[in-house]
Design a binder for this molecule. Structure first.
Ligand SMILES: C[S@@+](CC[C@H](N)C(=O)[O-])C[C@H]1O[C@@H](n2cnc3c(N)ncnc32)[C@H](O)[C@@H]1O
Length: 248
């Protein structure tokens, strides 16, 4: 029987929870994807392994077809299937207690739990999830805001699905998985309020808040500054339609 801890480690090693550290102490090794020869996110996981005296087992991440946005779900499905095979081989060969180190929390935009669901169908495997601090939580903390108005909902979506969310009437939206390409879309939301953060928890952390039309140039510069500081950029934001209350 192989056991797996899926450990959310927040926005970096400094945000690993006490419960996460206890799970790592009980693990024999960590499995992690290597996405490129120069994989900065793998290096973060390596630091955690070094700090906790754990072997890091690198698994080459299968190629993902990013050239055909029309078949995004198909490309992701094929990529997940290849990941299942790659992790399955390693877990079957090593057994024992493994850990996966998940950026933020495993419940948000992360495929580890889907991979384990699939693996559980084909091998003798148990797993448990240790929650981590997610990007929206750190964003809210840095801006000292509540993500929704009193008793109102917050919608969490991806930058690619933001237009769809607005068209369906969402007016208080956390946006993740943004890229430079998505900044253009913000120009149409001039009167919305934004609370934005890049590289939260990292040395290059940048925060911008205000009316979109007023702060967009500052946001673009902050984005570049974050990339320069850390060599990568990840961003999240809360967008609120005009006429709604301030975030508090
Ligand atoms: C693949 S998802 C992983 C999210 C993660 N599971 C969580 O709980 O936040 C990656 C997205 O999370 C957000 N994100 C992750 N780390 C971030 C950071 N340090 N600063 C800002 N946003 C971050 C960005 O929207 C990024 O595109």
């Amino acid at each position: 029987m192989t056991h797996v801890y899926v450990v959310g480690f927040g926005m970096g090693p400094h945000q690993l929870t006490y419960e996460g550290a206890k799970a790592l102490a009980a693990a024999d090794y960590v499995l992690a994807a290597r996405k490129s020869d120069d994989d900065g996110l793998l290096e973060v996981r390596r630091r955690i392994c070094t700090e906790h005296g754990l072997e890091l087992v690198e698994v080459a991440d299968p190629e993902r077809d990013r050239d055909d946005p029309a078949d995004y779900p198909g490309a992701v499905k094929a990529w997940h299937a290849a990941r299942v095979d790659a992790y399955g081989k390693e877990l079957a060969a090593r057994g024992g207690t493994a850990a996966f180190l998940v950026w933020g929390d495993p419940s948000l935009y992360d495929s580890t739990l889907r991979v384990l669901d699939r693996l559980g169908e084909r091998m003798d495997l148990t797993w448990e999830v240790i929650p981590g601090i997610s990007a929206p939580q750190v964003l809210a903390a840095r801006h000292r805001i509540v993500l929704h108005e009193v008793g109102r909902p917050v919608h969490i979506t991806t930058a690619r699905r933001l237009p769809e969310a607005i068209a369906s009437g969402q007016r208080n939206i956390v946006v993740m998985l943004g890229s430079e390409r998505n900044l253009e879309g913000l120009r149409e939301l001039r009167d919305w309020r934004i609370w934005w953060g890049a590289n939260l928890g990292a040395a290059g952390e940048r925060l911008v808040a205000g009316r979109v039309g007023d702060v967009l140039p500052a946001l673009c510069s902050a984005r570049e500054a974050a990339r320069e500081a850390d060599g990568w950029v990840m961003e999240a934001c809360l967008l609120r339609a005009p006429g709604r209350k301030d975030a508090s």
